[in-house]
Design a protein. Structure first.
Length: 130
């Protein structure tokens, strides 16, 4: 019986050592992958809550052709948007912050930031050009 107890103690000690090694490995890998939670610089482009990679942001300039506040969209004739390989064209964009639509007027020259959402292109920031 004494031999069996010693065997159990030896096994328990081995399991404890193995658990410690696994935890240490996890901490090292997590640190290598993310640099720690304190290093959050440059994370502003991340989408929230989806667990996906940060969204690419395109930058465009163009002329407002129409504003549809009910649909939350603006149609813009814009120049090339290099981040997405787009040539200049006229297209409707959803606007993330619908409150920005009230300030837009047909014929106004604007600059904007756009991301590719699962629903299509979405303007995240838009402002009148001086």
């Amino acid at each position: 019986m004494k031999s069996f107890k010693n065997h159990l103690r030896t096994m328990a000690g081995g399991m404890l050592i193995l658990t410690g090694m696994l935890l240490a490995t996890t901490v090292v890998l997590a640190d290598d992958m993310g640099g720690g939670m304190g290093d959050m610089n440059g994370m502003s482009g991340m989408s929230s809550g989806t667990g996906s990679a940060p969204a690419s942001v395109g930058h465009g300039k163009g002329v407002v052709k129409s504003v549809d506040t009910a649909a939350g969209t603006v149609t813009i004739t814009h120049g090339p948007i290099k981040a997405f390989g787009w040539k200049g064209m006229t297209m409707a964009f959803a606007v993330k912050h619908r409150s920005e639509l009230s300030a837009l007027k047909k014929g106004e020259h604007v600059r904007f930031d756009v991301i590719q959402d699962t629903q299509g292109p979405v303007i995240t920031k838009i402002e009148e050009l001086p």
